[in-house]
Design a protein around this ligand. Structure first.
Ligand code: OAD
Ligand code: ZN
Length: 252
């Protein structure tokens, strides 16, 4: 299976990756579905909605601050590094990401399409104010603040700059992702349950345009029925072994 996957990767002229929460699981970032731990009482899907924010912004902000804190301490794992290496080799053209972390970029990926926003960005609920808290150096202070965060420009409530259920995806990112999917001759689908649309169309579009689908997941997913190769296993472990094969094939 890995041998076949490595052959497809090496043969590809335009590969893309489509990643979900599972790729960051080995970095210590909990996935959404099959969640356990601190947030047993609240299902993340129920907190990631505009209605939840309207009803109880304190609860939603404490969930997001908890995730921000977790994610800022996380480091990329071998799966993130593998994708960055494939990009440097010229094989992988882009990572289309459903996650809101920075782990792909930290690992060295350059062309990352953020379909669901970024957890380190906040935006105003009234005006056009946006801020990346990591870049502005305010993350630490932001996490320590107990009151609800307010817009420095107009005083309205700030919210995470991420996509919630029932909200449209950022138009430019979605268009870019669809265009990449139409062009790709291979998509590496890593660690996603493949049930959240429109993102989950990406592998389907690749397939419809004649491209191959390789999936890496610890479980079967919504994508598995259309996968040409399904590799069961943890993303970091599988990608590390896959890269060993790819390097051998490329270097003879
Ligand atoms: P999910 O939490 O739905 O799915 C995680 C997937 O990763 C599952 O299919 C697991 O089997 C798999 N998995 C877990 N650990 C893994 C590992 N170590 N290696 C490989 N696979 C592993 O996360 P997503 O599919 O990313 O949306 O969820 C999609 C969207 O739903 C998210 O982007 C988010 C969420 O609500 C928004 O926030 C809009
Ligand atoms: Zn404002």
């Amino acid at each position: 299976m890995l041998e076949e996957a490595a052959k497809l990767v090496v043969k590809s002229r335009f590969a893309i990756a489509f990643t979900g929460a599972g790729i960051s699981a080995e970095s210590g970032v909990p996935t959404f579905r099959g969640f356990n731990g601190l947030w047993k009482k609240h299902r993340p899907e129920e907190l990631a909605t505009p209605e939840a924010f309207e009803k109880d912004p304190h609860l939603v902000w404490s969930f997001y601050k908890w995730r921000m804190d977790l994610i800022r301490k996380a480091r990329p794992n071998p799966a993130h590094y593998a994708l960055a290496e494939l990009e440097r080799m010229g094989i992988l053209k882009a990572v289309v990401m459903q996650n809101v972390d920075d782990l792909h970029r930290e690992a060295g990926s350059r062309n990352v399409v953020e379909l669901h926003g970024n957890i380190f960005r906040v935006r105003c609920t009234s005006c056009s104010y946006k801020e990346n808290l990591k870049e502005s150096g305010r993350l630490e202070a932001f996490l320590a603040e107990r009151d609800l965060p307010k817009c420095p420009r107009c005083g309205s409530l700030l919210r995470p700059d991420v996509v919630w259920f029932g909200e449209p995806l950022p138009r430019k990112a979605l268009e870019e992702a669809f265009k990449l999917a139409e062009t790709a001759d291979l998509v590496l689908v890593i660690g996603t349950s493949g049930v959240v649309y429109p993102a989950a169309y990406i592998p389907q579009i690749v397939k419809e345009h004649g491209g191959k689908v390789i999936e890496v997941n610890t479980e079967r997913s919504g994508i598995t029925p259309i996968a040409d190769l399904f590799i069961r296993g943890r993303a970091g472990e599988v990608m590390e072994r896959l890269m060993e094969k790819v390097r051998v094939m490329l270097n003879g």
